[in-house]
Design a protein around this ligand. Structure first.
Ligand code: CP
Ligand code: NVA
Length: 308
């Protein structure tokens, strides 16, 4: 007998929650962060976690988060599950939803996550694809609100690769109402469709000069030059991104209250210098912690009937 499957929703992209719902989700995560939430909405429920790529933060924060909410989490790696030997995603979806109440997936092609969502009768949560990383961006916004107040009206400077993180920042800027200045070298722009939508919103600006992006910004953020799956391009990318390092002179151009964010893992001496990431403006450890609170809020809402 299959599990009862109430109507459900997925979190594949930032815009899967309306802007009002996203602010309510952030408020719920903030209650969790400050210790004002002790319910167990996942009691008796299970989360499957499919990781086709490596992870420290995403894995541990989902696993611990599910436990704190009263549920269990089950780590599935391609070395162990049949997906890694070619079992179709559609079949995996129709099997897992007989056992669990939600599935988090980290993989390469975004289309694979959409296929999982099409076939599974339980909520699907995007834990990073080549296209986007929405859980991380909402945790970053929680961190901005923790340190600087309401994100609306703030200016975020993205320095470096137009990668999955940049794409989700673009989606968030248009959706939630803040300014995003992207400084990417030519040839490394974000996803064209997401970029066009962001530019059309008037909230997103594509620049080439990191200094122009950082000037007066409230938040300066960056990411690795070679993402997972691009390891063999590292040398070529190190040349292309040489002028896109976040260092102390770049941070000095931002607002005096500016914070530095990085989703981690970081490469000191490449996209960021040690004095910045280990310095007083860096909030990267709070940012990493906020993955836990934000994802607990997502699981409570999608899997545990917590209202928004
Ligand atoms: N930032 C992030 O998603 O980290 P992990 O790759 O360790 O999960
Ligand atoms: N852009 C990075 C983010 C890691 C959390 C990657 O995809 O590897």
């Amino acid at each position: 007998m299959s599990l009862p499957h109430p109507p459900h929703r997925d979190f594949l992209n930032i815009a899967d929650f309306s802007s009002a719902e996203t602010f309510a989700l952030l408020a719920l995560a903030e209650r969790m962060r400050v210790g004002q939430y002790s319910k167990k909405p996942l009691a008796g429920k299970a989360l499957a976690m499919i990781f086709m790529k490596s992870s420290t933060r995403t894995r541990v924060s989902f696993e611990v988060g599910a436990t704190q909410l009263g549920g269990t989490a089950h780590f599935l790696s391609p070395r162990d599950v049949q997906l890694g030997r070619g079992e179709p995603i559609a079949d995996t979806a129709r099997v897992l939803d007989r056992y669990v109440h939600g599935i988090m997936i980290r993989t390469f092609a975004h289309a694979d996550v959409e296929t999982l969502a099409t076939y599974a009768k339980v909520p699907i949560i995007n834990g990073l694809t080549d296209l986007s990383h929405p859980c991380q961006i909402l945790a970053d916004i929680l961190t901005i609100q923790q340190h600087l107040g309401d994100v609306r009206g703030k200016t975020v400077a993205w320095i470096g690769d137009g990668n999955n993180m940049a794409n989700s920042w673009i989606e968030a800027a248009a959706h939630l109402g803040f300014t995003l200045r992207l400084a990417c070298p030519e040839g490394y722009d974000p996803d064209p469709r997401m970029l066009q939508a962001g530019l059309a919103s008037g909230r997103v600006h594509l620049l080439r000069d990191p200094r122009e992006a950082a000037a007066g910004a409230d938040v300066v953020t960056t990411d690795v030059w070679a993402s997972m799956g691009q390891e063999d391009e590292h040398a070529k990318r190190a040349l292309a991104f040489a002028l896109y390092q976040v260092d102390a002179p770049l941070m000095a151009l931002a607002a005096s209250h500016a914070i530095f964010l990085h989703c981690l893992p970081a490469h000191r001496g490449e996209e960021v210098t040690a004095d910045v990431i280990d310095g007083p403006q860096s909030m990267v450890w709070d940012e990493a912690e906020n993955r836990l609170h934000l994802q607990k809020a997502i699981m409570a809402v999608l899997m545990g009937n917590e209202p928004l």
